[in-house]
Write a protein that binds this ligand. Structure first.
Ligand SMILES: *[C@@H]1O[C@H](CO)[C@@H](O)[C@H](O)[C@H]1NC(C)=O
Ligand SMILES: *[C@@H]1O[C@H](CO)[C@@H](O)[C@H](O)[C@H]1NC(C)=O
Ligand SMILES: *[C@@H]1O[C@H](CO)[C@@H](O)[C@H](O)[C@H]1NC(C)=O
Length: 332
């Protein structure tokens, strides 16, 4: 009799344990691993003069395309002529999903003067932001393959815009956003599908702080600052000043591709410092002057944010907070 009871108890114990373990495994958030070697190698491939028409421009374009393919993204390249040959690049997971989280950067560099055309590596100008996008793609890889690809509703798009700068260098201070204008004109991703256009710009200089530039994504910006705080508390960040602050600067946003989407009513968020890097458009905008703690922490923070958005997008876009999804005013 006692033997039977003991047997019964141990069976119950094993069954309960198995159930508990399963439950724990399902609840456990994904564990992500850094891959700074990948970041460094990627940045190495981007850090070259890459103004429109230069050999570096097509090398970088081809590199990004190959890299996205090797990370199992569905890749599209859109070539177009507008006084020069431009190419936008797009990499997708769940391309056909009803909603798309779009991460963007621009990969071309500003056309230099004749004398400095071989020395401007334009690191914070865009290379670091694009390397961060590719590193997010790499280190989120397992999650994208195992989880995101099994859900239909939300997709991820990484967009590498060309043509941030005009073809000539006469108008030094003019950003033309040729690539993103064309992307919108050609309806590459219908605006209604874009749950959020998140643009990365001018990242990598020392002392940068990141503010909230758009009311529409205020909750998401606050979430990013909370993620940074949590990671810092649990000792997961490199020792460094605080990057994200819940400070609103709605009229002090640096111009980049997201602005065009914002003007058309797409929810946008801009991960950008509140002032330009001091080294911008100089030969000192190189790897030596990058601030690695900022870059390391930025990747860790934004990886959790992207993961969280892809996992919980339905609560973000169902109106449980301020976040207002895209609505075409013509529909009303
Ligand atoms: C990446 O490059 C930075 C700057 O050169 C260096 O400090 C860091 O150790 C490198 N990381 C790895 C993993 O090689
Ligand atoms: C654009 O590319 C074509 C080849 O595809 C080349 O013949 C042409 O010269 C290029 N145009 C410019 C402005 O570089
Ligand atoms: C960054 O801030 C510290 C402290 O405020 C200052 O000493 C340092 O010169 C700043 N560095 C740059 C590159 O601005």
């Amino acid at each position: 009799m006692l033997g039977r009871i003991a047997f019964f108890v141990s069976v119950v114990y094993v069954v309960l344990n198995t159930m508990l373990l399963r439950w724990a495994a399902e609840q456990l958030p994904f564990t992500f691993f850094d891959d700074e070697e990948h970041f460094n190698a990627t940045l190495g491939n981007l850090l070259k003069p890459r103004y429109v028409g230069s050999p570096g421009h097509s090398e970088v374009r081809d590199f990004i395309e190959k890299e996205l393919q090797s990370l199992d993204f569905t890749v599209q390249r859109f070539d177009f002529k507008e006084g020069a040959n431009f190419s936008n690049l797009a990499g997708y997971w769940n391309k056909e999903a009803e909603h798309i989280l779009m991460l963007t950067c621009h990969y071309d560099s500003r056309k230099p003067k004749e004398w400095d055309k071989d020395i401007l590596l334009s690191a914070t100008e865009g290379a670091v932001s694009c390397a961060i996008l590719l590193n997010l793609a790499k280190t989120l890889g397992l999650f994208l393959a195992e989880k995101l690809s099994k859900k239909g509703g939300m997709g991820l798009a990484l967009i590498f815009f060309d043509g941030h700068y005009p073809v000539t260098s006469d108008n030094e201070d003019e950003d033309e956003l040729i690539g993103s204008s064309r992307f919108i004109e050609d309806d590459i991703i219908p605006l209604k599908k874009i749950a959020l256009a998140l643009t990365f710009s001018y990242i990598g200089a020392p002392n940068q702080t990141y503010y909230n530039y758009f009311e529409v994504s205020e909750d998401l910006h606050d979430l990013v600052t909370d993620i940074e705080l949590d990671l810092r508390k649990s000792g997961q960040l490199t020792d460094c000043h605080v990057l994200f602050h819940k400070i609103k600067e709605f009229d002090n946003d640096l111009l980049d591709d997201h602005v065009l989407f914002h003007e058309l009513g797409v929810p946008v968020m801009h991960v950008a410092p509140h002032e330009f890097p001091k080294v911008l458009y100089t030969a000192a905008d190189n790897q030596e002057n990058l601030h690695y703690p900022t870059i390391r922490n930025m990747i860790k923070i934004m990886r959790i944010f992207v993961y969280d958005f892809l996992e919980h997008w339905d609560s973000y876009i169902s109106g449980n907070n301020n976040f207002v999804p895209y609505s075409d005013s013509d529909d009303n």
